[in-house]
Structure formats: structure tokens, C-alpha cells
Design a protein around this ligand. Sequence first.
Ligand code: AMP
Length: 403
Amino acid sequence: MNVLVINSGSSSIKYQLLDMANGSVLATGLVERIGEGTGRIKHKNAPDSAHETESVRELPIPDHKTGMQLAAELLTEPGKGVVKDTSDIDAVGHRIVHGGEYFSEPALVDDSVVEKIREVSPLAPLHNPGHIVGIEESRKLFPGIPQVVVFDTAFHQTMPSEAYIYALPYEYYSELKVRRYGFHGTSHRFVAKETAKLLGKPLSECNIITLHLGNGCSMAAVRGGKCVDTSMGLTPLAGLMMGTRCGDIDPAILAYLASQKGLSIQDMDQVMNKQSGLKGVCGSNDMRDVHAMREKGDERAQLAFDMFCYRIKHYIGAYYAVLGRVDALAFTAGIGENDEHVRAKCCEGLEPLGIAIDTAVNLKRAKGARDLSQSGGRVKVFVVPTNEELEIATQVMDVIKAG
Ligand code: AMP
């Protein structure tokens, strides 16, 4: 069965076609600058597919419909495409950032599902509207093919109310649904499942702290496969320090800066999302640059690195206490998978909690899942590469199998 996974943004569409007989990727692509003067589509057939190719085309892509059509043409191009025609695509899975409280599981798309995604759009105004356009165009382009929506927020819907209600007037929750939702849920779910395999135990018996450390960063406390707490909140701004996002700050800072600098709420939103985090402290949002700078003695880069790791350590402690017993920490995403300095620093001094990394193993660059823990360590420390597209496609298959 071939599943097309689509992540449709406000001006871009990312897609991946997977053969779910073995979970292999047949082709990937990115349509960018939709609605701008010149658009761009980059398409790549997998090396082990029948026709290995990579192409980049620049042309006007006025809307999502055109973008989606171009992707379909490249997937089915005679002699070059990885499938003969669109009837070889058995299902489409859409990545959706926000499902509000409506969705704790993936769902087969129908009009009422689209309406609910539209209804919660104010909670994710930069993402959900683009997703809806993607779903609607995909329904037209692939009529009769099942379409499934998979939500970033869904995995976290199992949190207990004490973890997700904010200490604000309760009406903000009951009337406006202001609460912690959490994000990166597809990644946390996938990584928790893979970690259970590495532990050799059923997921239902594992307590795991998952650390998704990329440009965006979040952590989750997962008890028996169910999320019980996560660091992001109403929006993906809360929690850990990130590439350009501040994470947790004293909320009174907003009023103070408004009075001292005359910044509006919109200005502050921009500052907290785009000009803060690693970038705000030392000038770069890329952890590789941060290392290069601190190796040259840049004190701000050192501070940014220390702050980044300190905040993670805080959450490890918090989630350790929440879970009571921890079987494993699982590092994932760009930084989690590749950055030995961050992993070492976050786990430094945690030996009394049973968390100890083998320095030599941690230093070794490798692909794939691996165990970094010292032998005999009570808590395993793993690197588990995330694969959100495969997880989305797997959930699509589950929905279809369930009828
Ligand atoms: P992601 O959002 O998962 O693509 O991750 C992006 C982040 O991963 C950026 O901050 C990159 O600097 C970081 N990253 C990617 N590769 C490496 C690497 N080899 N070492 C350290 N950080 C890396």
C-alpha cells in the first residue's frame, strides 16, 4: 500500500510517498514560495526506487492547487515517476499541527472533520489554514482515495487536567479552551514506541522521557505509552529554550517591556518566537554555529549553550518526579540525534538518578538508534531518530484497517 504524506503550510507543501509494505520512502518533495512571483519545486525519487532522480524547477506556483498538481505530475511522470498514476496512491495522510480538544486520534477526513480543524484555527493561525487548503485540494486531486488527518497535538490529549489547565480564571479554559496542548506529538509517539522496542518491553510497561531537540524543542513524560506531561503549551512557544523561541519566561515580562519599550503584543510575539532562544542570546539559532563560536571563546555562545542544556536538565528532573520511575531517556531530532555536547551536558551530574552516559559511545557519530548508557545504569539513555512521516503513514494505515 502506498501512502502519500502531506504537510501543507501557508506557502509550502512538503510531501513524501511511502510504500507501507516495508515502510520505505519512494519519493520526497518540497513545493515552496506558493503565491509568490516565482515558486520552486524540489522532487527526489529514492535511490532504491525504480528511477532515481532529483529535480528542481522554478516556475510560478500561484496556489496550493497548482503546487499539489505539480507534485502529482512528478510522482506519476511517464518513465520517471515512482508510480504509474494516481490510482497507485492508496491513501493520503495530512500532518495537522492543531486538533484542539477534538482529536486524540487520527481521523478519516470528511466535511465535519475539516470544520473542526477550521474551528480550532485561531489556536494555530500560522498552520491550520494552510493545512485546510492542502486537505481540500488533495480531496479534489485524489477523489475516492481515503484521506486521514494526523495531529501534532493528539498524543498529548492523555495528559491529566492538573498538567494541562493553567492557573488562570477557569473561564479562559471553559470558554476559550486556553490550556496546554503540546506539540511534536507524532514524533514523541514514534520515539516512545521505538524506545520500548529498544528496552525489549511492551510500551504499556515503559516509563520514558522523550526529548525532541531540533529547531523547535519539546519534552514529554510518557507513562505506559501515554503522555502525562509535555513542555509546550497553548502554542509551541512554551517550555524549553529553542533556536529562536524563548520557551518559559515570567509572563509579567510582557507588561514590563510594553511599559519600558513601548512594544505591542504583536511585537512581543514576534520577539519571543523569532528573535529569542539561542539566536537572542548569542546571535545564531543553529547549534553547530553555537559550538563553533564557543570554541573561539565567545562567552555569549557558551552562555546560550549552558542555558539550553540547563533548561533541559530542569525538565528531566521535573518529569522524573512526575513519572516516579524512569526506564529511559530518548534523544531525538537534529540536536538530540547529532549533538554529543548537548546530550553530555544535559545528563551531567545525574548519576544519583541512575542516568549516566558512556562518554566514548556518546562521542561516536552514528546513524540509527543507539544506546548511550553506561552498563549497569538504571535508566537507559538512547538516541532514537525520529520519523514523523513514517509515523503518520502508520497511523493512516491503522485508521484504514479499522475501517
Ligand atoms: P531539526 O529541526 O530537527 O531539523 O533540527 C535542527 C537543529 O539541529 C539545528 O539547530 C541544527 O543546528 C541542529 N543540528 C543538525 N545537525 C547537527 C549536528 N551535526 N550537530 C549539532 N547540531 C545539529
